[in-house]
Design a protein around this ligand. Structure first.
Ligand code: ADP
Ligand code: ZN
Length: 294
């Protein structure tokens, strides 16, 4: 079976892997995200050692995903200054003359989950991460959603929880969803590490209130067949109960599908591939660009 490559480029680490189109990971390495000068040579060294037919890259963003743009493949307005305007795709392309796909970290995770994970067999799903930031990828009718650019679903506006006076911390929007509900917002609001707030129900009720609003909007606009919730904050599984409760309340019976009533527990789920959703999606993206190149 052919060997494909994947790069999951995150704000704290780059994970590189070589594996198969069935998601079997043969080799993997995790490299700290410091500066491009330090990080990228290690990435290149990995693929010098593990010869692959094609590579799928999923990156933190924002990134330029427009194939017709002169800056296609660049990381754009990231707050990580060392990586601002960094030509991630071309830095790999100039080392290896093989097909290379480029998309967001969450879009490739959605692809991984749709093809081999919790949404296996479905032609659509959303993959949402609630971690240092909030982002979502959308796999819709078998394609990764892209228009003017990639989706930026973490920055939508939400109604405030009646008991929340926290100002929000998005540098662009203050109290957008990410500004109110990502891990760092929880920690600043409550003055404690999110992982240490497990026993404080109010924290997770508020979190569920915000995420449920986001899911309602995503469901009404994109109509995904499955929703997958990943990211560090979702380790607090009690949030799921609040999400379900509020989502039902907000939808108020408007959609008559078991997915949003009796079967919500199997509609909104944790990643089937665990921490491998992104890297598996990268292998699948590699396979796709490989086939397109033939
Ligand atoms: P990243 O978003 O950087 O890829 P994570 O998805 O792990 O990484 O998200 C990190 C954030 O998740 C941190 O801000 C932290 O507040 C939060 N977090 C990590 N573990 C937990 C946990 N067990 N419970 C609640 N929050 C957590
Ligand atoms: Zn924002």
């Amino acid at each position: 079976m052919k060997l494909f490559g994947a790069i999951e480029a995150g704000g704290t680490k780059f994970v590189c892997a070589a594996g198969t189109e069935t998601g079997e990971i043969k080799e993997r390495v995790s490299i700290a995200t410091t500066t491009p000068e330090e990080t990228m040579p290690e990435v290149i060294a990995f693929f010098n050692k593990h010869k692959v037919e094609a590579i799928g890259i999923g990156s933190f963003g924002p990134i330029d995903v427009d194939k017709n743009s002169p800056t296609y493949g660049n990381i754009t307005t990231t707050p990580k200054l060392a990586w601002r305007d960094y030509p991630l795709l071309s830095s790999v392309q100039k080392e290896f003359s093989i097909p290379i796909g480029f998309n967001t970290d969450v879009n490739i995770a959605a692809m991984g989950e749709a093809v081999l994970g919790a949404a296996k067999g479905l032609d659509s799903c959303l993959y949402i991460t609630v971690g240092t930031g909030i982002g979502a990828g959308a796999y819709i009718q078998g394609e990764l959603l892209q228009g003017l650019t990639h989706p930026e679903m973490g920055h939508i506006l939400v109604r405030r929880h009646p008991e929340d006076s926290y100002k929000g911390r998005c540098p662009y929007h203050g109290d957008c969803l990410e500004g109110l509900a990502a891990g760092p917002a929880i920690e600043e609001r409550w003055g404690t590490k999110a992982a240490e707030l497990s026993n404080n129900d109010k924290v997770w009720e508020m979190e569920g209130y915000y995420i449920a609003q986001a899911l309602m909007q995503y469901i009404l606009i994109l109509s995904p067949k499955k929703i997958i919730l990943g990211g560090g904050v979702m380790n607090q599984e009690q949030v799921l109960e609040y999400i379900n409760k509020y989502l039902k309340e907000f939808l108020n019976g408007y959609l008559e599908f078991p997915q949003v009533s009796t079967d919500m527990g199997s509609y909104i789920v944790r990643p089937g591939l665990g921490d491998n959703a992104g890297i598996t999606g990268g292998l699948l993206l590699a396979k796709r660009v490989y086939e397109e190149s033939k």
